[in-house]
Design a protein around this ligand. Sequence first.
Ligand SMILES: Cc1ncc(COP(=O)(O)O)c(C=O)c1O
Length: 393
Amino acid sequence: MKYAQRLGRITTAASFDMLARGKALEAQGRSIIHLGIGEPDFDTPAFVREAAKAALDQGFTHYGPAPGLPEFRRTIAETWRARRGIPCEAKHVVVCPGAKPVLFFAMLSLLEAGDEIIIPSPAFPNYGSMAQFAEGRVVTTPLLPGRGFDLDVDALRTRINPRTRAIVLNSPHNPTGAVLPEATLHAVRELVLQHDLSVIADDIYADMVYEGGYTSFASLPDMFERTVTVDGFSKTYAMTGWRLGFGLMTEPLAKHMATLMNNSNSCTATFVQKAGDAALKGPQAEVIAMVEEFRARRKLVVDGLNAIPGVSCFNPPGAFYAFPRVDAPGLTSAQLADRLLDEAGVVTLPGTGFGDGGEGYLRLSYANTQENLREGLRRIAAFLAGLPAAQRA
Ligand SMILES: Cc1ncc(COP(=O)(O)O)c(C=O)c1O
């Protein structure tokens, strides 16, 4: 069989490879602490699961409209107007099986071959992969570790040229946990207006903010018309396996995205949409409790990392990731993550799994029990202490 060349332009995220390697070692009887994969270790709230079961019994087992069930689109629009101040209505909502398809369709819809898209580095790796698959040209721009991984707006400005079509914003940020300050969002807004750009704003971690405020880019004046907001249920409602996300966008783009849905998935599973509708309308107590637990774990992990010689970790205001800088001279972050897995039994992700801007860093997901987090930290400290002096700070 002969394969299309475009397959060479798409890649799989390192997190799934590391998870598989960790699971394989576990299957051999090794004790492995998983700090790799980015999914809540909580169960989907019981009332959401019940809503899915009831929907199955009520016959929500058929095709539905490509952009989503009308009532669910309405619920999402009302909730996002209230929660994030985004001026959206049901016609602006497209429901997809996860946030990833929204990102993928946004890239396919915005980029002509050779168009440039600016992606801050480090970044969620799928952005670049999807943009390349869509024949876009990826231009990276740095985040500033010394300023809480804020976007370097001056550097961003220099990346813009007549081929620039879009900018990706992700706040709270994977892998750093940074939340973009409001002043930065306003500076990006100025550039967007000046150069007639579009923004893909990935807000998937927006309900996990532990300090400071949160502003959605699409809530800024005149930005809704220029932004595809990407969000979903995977993180906030611990629903990664259900595959439920959505995009908020202009009405014409929503129609195009519905056509892409029609051609690829037909629709998002209707009983899953009913569960999502219940999640938004029901009590939010479990979400709040989960976020409070993440807040406690964040402190445990960040304090624990900063207590290890040669490790320094920024206190991330959002998401559930820590992104420590680890001084292990002679080892790349990929080699360090490999050895932590093989020799210490801890799954972490190399910073370079998120682009060149991640060299020298590891990403740790604290979506694990406090007991496991303590054990993971103990193993990392012991491993680093055992490195030859030349490989320690
Ligand atoms: C920044 C970011 N965007 C999107 C996604 C994908 O979300 P979903 O599982 O809903 O497709 C993830 C998942 O890890 C993520 O970290």
